[in-house]
Design a protein around this ligand. Structure first.
Ligand SMILES: C[S@@+](CC[C@H](N)C(=O)[O-])C[C@H]1O[C@@H](n2cnc3c(N)ncnc32)[C@H](O)[C@@H]1O
Length: 272
C-alpha cells in the first residue's frame, strides 16, 4: 500500500481505502458497515488466525453478561463506554436499559465511521439517557467534561474499556488513562476491560497482529495477565478474576459452537 493511501481523506478523517479497526471488527461480527479494504484485511487476519471471529463474538457476549451483572446485582445506573465500536446487536444501552430503564450511558469513540452511525446508539428509553462523544481515549479531560452533561460523577459509574487499551501501545500511557478515569468516579464504581493476549492465543495471533500493524490502523498490541492486573491497581477484582472473556460467568445461551476459551482477557473490578 502506498504511503499516501494511508493518509486520512477529507475533513471527517474517514478513509475507506485503509482498513480501520471499528469496521473490521464489525465485519468479524457479521455486520454490514465496512468497505472492501476492511473486508480484505479482515479475511487475511482470519486466514492467519481463524479464532479472531470467536474473539469478537465472545467479547460481545462478555459485554452483555458484564452489563447485566452491573445493572442488575451491582445496581449501577451509569455507564461510560469508551471504544464503543459500530452499533451492533445488544449495544450497552440496550442491555443496561432492559435491566434498568433509567440507566444513563455515554459512548465514546474516535472513529469517524462510528460517529456517522452514532444515531443508532442514541435510542434511549424515556426514563434513561444516552449520549455520544467523539474523542480520543487519551483525552480523558475532554471525555469526562463532555460525559458530565449526562452522567453524575458523584454516583457510581461503570467505566467500560472493551478492546480499547490494546490500541494504546505504551503500557504506562494506558495505565494513566485508566487511573485518570477511575480517579474521577466514586466508590462503588466499576472498571470493565477486555484485552487481547498471546497467553491464550499462540503464535498465529502474533502473526495476525504483525500483519494488522503493517496493513491497518490503529496499531495494536497484546498484553499478558500481569500487565492487565497492573490496570486494576487499587480495585477489587470480581470473581472469577482475569480470565478468557468467554470464561467470565458463562451462561448456557453462550455455549453453542463457540470454543470455551478465546485469546481475549475479560475482567470486572470494583472501586472500594
Ligand atoms: C475492537 S473495537 C471494540 C468495540 C466494542 N468496545 C466491543 O467490545 O465490541 C475497538 C474500538 O475502539 C476504538 N478506538 C481505538 N482506539 C481509540 C482511541 N484512541 N480513542 C477512542 N476510541 C478508540 C475503535 O474505533 C473501535 O471502535
Amino acid at each position: 500500500m502506498e504511503e499516501d493511501e494511508r493518509a486520512p481523506i477529507g475533513p471527517s478523517g474517514l478513509n475507506p481505502g485503509v482498513a480501520h479497526n471499528a469496521r473490521v471488527w464489525n465485519y468479524w461480527l457479521g455486520g454490514k458497515d465496512h468497505y472492501p479494504a476492511d473486508r480484505e484485511v479482515g479475511e487475511r487476519v482470519f486466514g492467519m488466525f481463524p479464532g479472531i471471529v470467536h474473539v469478537a463474538r465472545a467479547d460481545r457476549a462478555f459485554l452483555g453478561r458484564a452489563v447485566r451483572h452491573l445493572a442488575g446485582e451491582a445496581g449501577i445506573r451509569q455507564f461510560l463506554d469508551i471504544g464503543t465500536g459500530l452499533p451492533t446487536v445488544d449495544n450497552t444501552h440496550e442491555v443496561a436499559q432492559r435491566m434498568a430503564p433509567d440507566a444513563r450511558i455515554v459512548y465514546v469513540d474516535n472513529d469517524p465511521m462510528v460517529l456517522v452511525h452514532a444515531r443508532a446508539l442514541l435510542t434511549s428509553t424515556p426514563e434513561g439517557a444516552t449520549d455520544y462523544v467523539d474523542a480520543d481515549a487519551r483525552d480523558t479531560g475532554a471525555i469526562l467534561k463532555a460525559a458530565a452533561g449526562t452522567l453524575d460523577f458523584d454516583r457510581p459509574v461503570a467505566v467500560m474499556l472493551l478492546g480499547l487499551l490494546n490500541f494504546i501501545l505504551d503500557t504506562g500511557e494506558a495505565r494513566g488513562i485508566v487511573r485518570r478515569l477511575m480517579d474521577a468516579v466514586p466508590s462503588g464504581s466499576h472498571l470493565v476491560l477486555t484485552h487481547p493476549t498471546l497467553e491464550l492465543g499462540g503464535e498465529a495471533n502474533a502473526e495476525a497482529m504483525r500483519f494488522w500493524n503493517e496493513h491497518a490502523t490503529p496499531p495494536i498490541t497484546a498484553r499478558g495477565s500481569r500487565e492487565i492486573a497492573g490496570f486494576l491497581d487499587g480495585l477489587e477484582v470480581l470473581e472469577p478474576g482475569i480470565v478468557s472473556c468467554s470464561r467470565w460467568r458463562p451462561e448456557f445461551a453462550d455455549l453453542g459452537e463457540a470454543p470455551s476459551e478465546v485469546a481475549q482477557f475479560g475482567v470486572v473490578a470494583r472501586k472500594p
